[in-house]
Write a protein of this length. Structure first.
Length: 149
DNA sequence: TAGCGCCCCCTGCTGGG
DNA sequence: CCCAGCAGGGGGCGCTA
């Protein structure tokens, strides 16, 4: 089995490809990819995934049971629900903060950039997700209050 | 060092209007 | 064709063995 080492900066170094990671768990995950030990298969449809969490998400979306959790949009009179908190945040900003976002969004072809922080994003989804850091909310913590149902 | 769980963030694809 | 939403991957953090 391969083992990783630390360099003089204290970073974890992959002996296989030389990649460096500052977090030990991240390097551990990286090493597993080299060893191809990340096969998580769905018991129902046999589909395979790299990560257990991805398998869990697949199970919740394709083979839901009574315990399946969803995140609900906290905006007044909005019934939107999503399997992931991230998607719920994107929905919340895209739909309910459209005006605020339009003020800071600069679209150039398929590239979305933020005039507040000058970051660029390759998709609208990632731009909207990013906007939670650049937009002034009426209720600062509202987007963090999405409840798992 | 190894293993696990949980989370955030980003991305690409898809389906509906 | 565009956009909202879905679903998957990468990696960070914390904890325990």
């Amino acid at each position: 089995m391969l083992t990783y080492t630390r360099n003089e900066e204290g970073l974890f170094v992959c002996p296989d490809c030389g990649a460096t990671k500052k977090n030990q768990s991240t390097m551990h995950y990286h090493m597993k990819k080299h060893e191809e030990k990340l096969n998580h298969a769905c018991k129902v449809c046999k589909k395979e995934f790299l990560q257990k969490q991805t398998l869990d998400l697949h199970m919740r979306s394709k083979h839901p049971d009574n315990d399946t959790k969803k995140f609900k949009c906290t905006h007044d009179n909005c019934d939107f629900t999503s399997l992931t908190k991230g998607n719920c945040i994107i929905h919340y900003l895209r739909v309910h903060y459209q005006n605020e976002i339009n003020e800071i969004m600069l679209k150039d072809g398929n590239t979305f950039s933020c005039i507040e922080c000058e970051n660029e994003f390759s998709s609208s989804s990632s731009f909207y997700y990013h906007c939670k850091d650049c937009i002034q909310f009426e209720d600062d913590n509202k987007y963090t209050k999405f409840k798992a149902l």
